[in-house]
Design a protein around this ligand. Structure first.
Ligand code: UTP
Length: 298
């Protein structure tokens, strides 16, 4: 089938990031680094790999750091050049002129509200949504895998991951239909179901390919779980009218909205980098030894 191409991606970065305070008091959590790149850089790289041409950031407070990150840093670059230092390291921060748009979400009323704030820039075409705090490591990247699936089945494709039963109340949860390899038909969606009531343990994680009709549904501004305008509720209303699938991505997700998940991602990425892996492994082993030794002595 020939699905309309996905050219635009929305990056909602307007959340409060309260779980990372005080680190996120003056910078958005999407600027927290995994080794030496901010989370948002990985998400943008993933979108570019998937063929996305237009990046739409829905920002709130702390917008300056993200805007500056994807801009020319005149003073820094002039000083570095003057000292004979290469600017190659800054290459990924340079987006094609005109390829980035900023929209302001004045109040953090929920993920659905953040996506809706981008409606005029998205227009009448399918679009992707990437939550940079869900850090996805895979080859090809997660969004590329999803776009390949979308090109086969069309409609809406969301990223799905099996989570332990005791965690289902933290996520949007899928009522699954027929499965075809990594693709599962989505028959229903519920945001943060009460413990013991989840229809499955297949959760929705932070990558979405959505049809523009979702914007019309979001304009109703209905509040859901936690008093927030939930993207999950709006997506649920498209089921039945349009094809809707969950794709289980081949790769690893790190929940970098959570402190332990964020540390996990940093350790894993540091161990994947040739120039530091040996040193990092040594340090990790020393730390583990030091943790075990006092217990042995006790
Ligand atoms: P979270 O549920 O992780 O909330 O948002 P949060 O505010 O970012 O973080 P905590 O829980 O207070 O620590 C999921 C995603 O939705 C975006 C966030 O930036 C994050 O990428 N979001 C959420 C918005 O852009 N606007 C909102 O109103 C809410």
């Amino acid at each position: 089938m020939s699905a309309k191409p996905v050219r635009k991606a929305v990056f909602p970065v307007g959340g409060l990031g309260t779980r990372f305070l005080p680190a996120t008091k003056a910078i958005p959590k999407e600027m927290l680094p995994i080794v030496d790149r901010p989370l948002i850089q990985y998400a943008v790289d993933e979108a570019i790999e998937a063929g996305i041409e237009q990046m739409i950031f829905v920002t709130g407070r702390g917008k300056a750091a993200i805007e500056d990150h994807f801009d020319i840093a005149f003073e820094l670059e002039t000083t570095m050049s003057g000292r004979g230092k290469s600017l190659d390291i800054l290459g990924p921060t340079r987006l094609r002129p005109g390829a980035v748009t900023y929209v302001r979400q004045q109040e953090p009323l929920g993920l659905g509200h953040a996506v809706w704030c981008a409606r005029d820039v998205v227009g009448d075409e399918p679009f992707a949504v990437l939550l940079a705090d869900d850090f996805m490591v895979g080859k090809p990247g997660c969004l590329k895998q999803m776009i390949d699936a979308y090109n086969r089945v069309g409609g809406n494709v969301i990223c799905a991951e099996v989570v332990p039963d005791e965690h289902t109340h933290r996520y949007g949860i899928i009522t699954p239909g027929a499965a075809d390899g990594p693709l599962t038909e989505v028959k229903g969606l519920v945001e943060k179901p009460a413990p013991g009531t989840a229809p499955s343990n297949l959760s929705v994680i932070g990558r979405y390919i959505l049809q523009p009709e979702v914007m019309g549904i979001l304009s109703g501004q209905e509040k859901g779980a936690g008093g927030e305008i939930q993207l999950t509720d709006a997506m649920a209303r498209m089921i039945g009218d349009q094809p809707f699938h969950g794709l289980t991505f081949a790769g690893t997700r790190y929940d970098c909205g959570d402190k332990v998940g964020f540390l996990h991602a940093n350790m894993a990425m540091a161990l994947s980098r040739d120039e530091m892996a040996d040193d990092v492994e040594l340090i990790m082993n020393e730390l583990l030894e030091a943790r075990v030794e006092p217990r042995r002595a006790a």
